[in-house]
Design a protein around this ligand. Structure first.
Ligand SMILES: Cc1cc2nc3c(=O)[nH]c(=O)nc-3n(C[C@H](O)[C@H](O)[C@H](O)COP(=O)(O)OP(=O)(O)OC[C@H]3O[C@@H](n4cnc5c(N)ncnc54)[C@H](O)[C@@H]3O)c2cc1C
Length: 337
């Protein structure tokens, strides 16, 4: 998604949300072949829930997530719209009361009090967008050269050792500076270069892909974005003719070990059933599961939702053994360039 991160407002990350909304708008304008406005529906089950928690969370006096009601969602969406500015790359948000909402989405849970509809950005081909960014970089700097299937496996003195992961061949280069953009593996890559760091506190996000024509028809071209009673987020999103359901946000130690677990599958299916109780959903409709790791900064926050999604650059200085500095790119969002 090219999203502005509406829920980061509650953590007081106003600059990040403003920047992310601006980037989302730029992507919709500059790369319409890949990014388009995504109408997003929030089913709301309470009027006031979360209204008192949000200011406390913002002041750092509360660290337990809770379900957000209509009042707090309305405030968030007003700010979100304001960040879009007068240009209106995407339409403003809209609130529908229960009866009107159920008329528009008849299979929604009858216990909703209202829905909110707002817009974010859907990246239809993130891989192609990524390749265009790389070719843009190479065009902008003729000395830049992108190579894949190559890992950093060592460093000493003034050289870094790289390994071709296909042939196994190794070769050395002599950099003045290394930029470590290994995401969740940043600390592992530093370790491979003989430097210790503790920058990353990655969190796992798992997803299911369902082949479920009835659910696919019920969501249409909309993402449904909603919360559990404990404030955890779940989204249901169209993925071509399939349905994508996610995501979790769980601390992990080793990004190579992450898998979508049975508990996560049960959780996603039960949450989807809460929003669309009339639609029968079970494991037989799952065609694919996957997990990724957000390269978030190491932090002591009590809940993962409170860890900043902002980006930063942390330096590992040159030493007697490794004579070049390493700049580490840390950050939890792809589309805030
Ligand atoms: C479930 C989930 C949902 C997300 N949703 C969104 C979203 O909707 N919008 C958004 O903007 N962001 C989203 N993110 C965050 C986004 O994916 C990350 O912020 C982004 O991928 C970070 O980019 P990166 O290049 O820093 O790291 P990565 O994309 O993780 O890339 C790191 C690369 O380093 C390579 N590497 C590792 N070790 C070495 C080594 N020793 N030598 C060489 N290379 C190495 C890896 O193979 C990998 O290719 C999501 C993340 C997750 C997990």
């Amino acid at each position: 998604m090219a999203h502005g991160g509406i829920r980061y407002l509650e953590n007081g990350e106003f600059r990040l949300v403003r920047e992310a909304v601006e980037e989302r708008n730029r992507l919709i304008k500059n790369a319409p072949q890949y990014v388009r406005p995504l109408p997003t529906v929030i089913p709301i089950f309470q009027w006031l829930s979360g209204a008192f928690n949000a200011p406390l969370k913002f002041l750092g006096l509360l660290d337990k997530p809770a379900e957000r009601g209509a009042a707090i969602i309305k405030m968030g969406l007003m700010m979100y719209d304001a960040y879009t500015g007068s240009e209106r790359t995407v339409p403003r948000h809209e609130f529908l009361l229960r009866n009107a909402a159920l008329k528009r989405y008849p299979q929604l849970n009858q216990e909703i009090v209202s829905i909110a509809e707002y817009y974010d950005g859907l990246i239809r081909s993130p891989e192609r967008l990524c390749v265009e960014l790389i070719t843009d970089g190479e065009t902008a700097s003729p000395t830049a050269h992108a190579i894949n299937y190559v890992s950093v496996v060592g460093a000493a003195e003034n050289y870094v050792r790289l390994q071709d992961e296909v042939s196994g061949e190794t070769f050395d280069i002599e950099p003045q500076l290394v930029i470590n953009a290994a995401g969740p593996w940043i600390d592992f890559a530093n370790q491979a270069m003989g430097q210790q760091s503790n920058f990353i506190g990655g969190t796992k996000g798992s997803h299911l892909v369902l082949d479920h024509p009835e659910l696919r028809a019920a969501i249409g071209d909309h993402e449904f974005f909603f919360e559990n009673h404990d404030g955890r987020i779940v989204l249901i999103c169209p993925l071509e003719e399939r349905v994508l359901i996610g995501t979790s946000d769980t601390r992990i130690d080793n990004p190579d070990d992450v898998r979508c677990t049975d508990d996560e599958i049960d959780y996603f299916l039960s949450m989807t059933a809460r929003v669309f109780p009339a639609i029968k959903i079970d494991r037989s409709q799952i065609v694919f599961t996957f997990s990724g790791v957000r390269p978030l900064p190491a932090a002591n926050a009590k809940s993962t939702g409170q860890i900043s999604r902002d980006h930063s650059i942390e330096a590992v200085e040159a030493t007697d053994r490794v004579k070049f500095p390493i700049l580490n790119l840390i950050g939890g969002k792809w589309t805030t360039f």
